[in-house]
Design a protein around this ligand. Structure first.
Ligand SMILES: [Fe+2]
Ligand SMILES: [Fe+2]
Length: 190
């Protein structure tokens, strides 16, 4: 995709040319808008859960790096919360790519490029999730086979986790800024 100017690693927020409706429906006014449906609230709630999971994993991993926590407990939390984050994000992105975004594009063709940008974010996220999963699985396997070697993997988990956290911060807020005004304007998902 030739959208390097919209690359999630360089952009600073929702690009100006995609803010057509955001100017009419600023974030502060969403909660009181009559078209702010429960389904929109739930979708934003899922984003909040992803943010929390990523933060929890990074905080946990930092505590382990600082030798402030127990490796066995860390391993079990990493397995549980890491799996939750990766599985739910895959499901969420798949649904957005295949069901939600096409529905939005059909409702308002002006935002096709914005939706395309969000889809390429998802591709980037897939790679980040894969690195995170690989590093985590290596750690968990070593914790079973050779715990003293497991420690060497923690840095890679933390690097991947922080990358995911940064990615989510940008992606989720740009996605909400693009999508919620479309939903409100066209009275969708009410
Ligand atoms: Fe998304
Ligand atoms: Fe999303």
């Amino acid at each position: 995709m030739s959208m390097t100017q919209y690359d999630i690693n360089v952009r600073q927020g929702l690009p100006e040319e995609m803010q057509l409706l955001l100017r009419e429906y600023p974030r502060d006014a969403w909660p009181d808008h009559p078209n702010f449906a429960t389904s929109i609230r739930n979708w934003m709630g899922a984003h909040g859960m992803f943010r929390q999971l990523a933060e929890l994993i990074v905080t946990d991993t930092q505590a382990l790096l600082d030798k402030a926590s127990d490796p066995t407990r860390y391993a079990s939390r990493l397995g549980h919360f890491g799996n939750l984050l990766v599985r739910n994000l895959h499901g969420h992105h798949g649904w957005e790519d295949h069901r939600f975004f096409p529905e939005l594009e059909a409702a308002d063709g002006r935002f096709a490029r914005g939706l395309e940008m969000l889809e390429s974010d998802h591709l980037e996220m897939d790679q980040r999730l894969e690195s995170f999963t690989r590093a985590s699985n290596r750690y968990l396997q070593l914790m079973d086979l050779s715990p003293k070697d497991a420690e060497a993997e923690i840095g890679a988990i933390q690097k991947a986790g922080e990358g995911i956290e940064r990615f989510l911060e940008r992606h989720l807020s740009d996605e909400e800024d693009l999508v919620v005004p479309i939903l409100l304007h066209h009275k969708m998902r009410g």
